[in-house]
Design a binder for this molecule. Structure first.
Ligand SMILES: [Zn+2]
Length: 249
């Protein structure tokens, strides 16, 4: 981020107290990726920030870039939207929290407008979809964030040698990074994905495509697969919100 004041669309994904009167917020921004910024005086009763710095507030962030580090200064936040409906519904809140946790941990401080728009759309959907569509909307939101980070699984071609994987059931190898062709699958470790599970995973990873129908048992299996994938490919360490999302439902 350059030295002069910057204005960018942003979504607040985290907020903690800092000292007696300030807050440090984690912002997913359209122009600078994931950044941290201090909102000085945000906890004072007559703060100019008012109630704008809440989880999942959407707006225009006025940022004063740090000269020396990664903690910038938030001088103002013009709130344009807040996904308040989420907080009232435990399942929606869990899903949005898992998405916020993944973004906060893994999105770098680099411009990625597609990723920003995708997360914003996903939060809107998580808030608004009918309850029975929520599990699959959550799976898609999380998988698409992972894919947008360049860390999605290989599904069309063999993760080991790039040979097309014939249609049908196939071996999914976490370590290799996706499906294996029949010859690589011989003797390899992994879990066999039945054709329906493979098609569902492909649908989840196809932006704008039809959402797959998953019953409770298959939904749970997809959540476990996603969490194992994150642990293996994005890094370990605790991801409490993602764990809570996996265990729910
Ligand atoms: Zn192969």
């Amino acid at each position: 981020m350059a030295g002069s004041p910057q204005l960018t669309s942003a979504l607040i994904l985290g907020s903690i107290r800092y000292g007696d009167t300030s807050r440090i917020v984690r912002l997913l921004t359209r122009d600078f990726g994931m950044v941290s910024a201090i909102a000085k005086g945000a906890l004072r009763p007559k703060s100019r920030f008012g109630a704008s710095l809440q989880l999942l507030s959407e707006g225009q962030a006025h940022l004063l870039p740090s000269r020396s580090g990664d903690l910038h200064t938030l001088t103002a936040f013009d709130m344009t939207g807040w996904h308040g409906g989420l907080a009232a519904d435990l399942e929606r809140f869990r899903t949005a929290s898992a998405l916020a946790e993944l973004a906060t941990r893994f999105v770098p401080p680099m411009a990625n407008p597609e990723l920003f728009d995708q997360v914003l759309d996903a939060v809107g959907l998580i808030e608004a979809v009918p309850a029975d569509a929520l599990p699959v909307v959550g799976l898609r939101a999380l998988w698409q964030l992972i894919a947008e980070l360049g860390l999605g699984p290989s599904l069309d071609v063999c993760a080991r040698d790039g040979v097309p994987v014939p249609h049908g059931a196939a071996l999914f190898s976490l370590g290799d990074g996706g499906l294996l062709c029949p010859s690589c699958a011989r003797g390899a470790g992994g879990s066999q994905l039945p054709i329906e599970a493979r098609e569902a995973l492909e649908a989840l990873l196809t932006p704008g495509g039809d959402l797959p129908l998953l019953d409770e048992r298959h939904g749970a299996a997809h959540r476990r697969l996603l969490v194992r994938w994150v642990g293996h490919h994005l890094g370990d360490g605790s991801l409490p919100a993602l764990e809570a999302w996996q265990q729910a439902g």
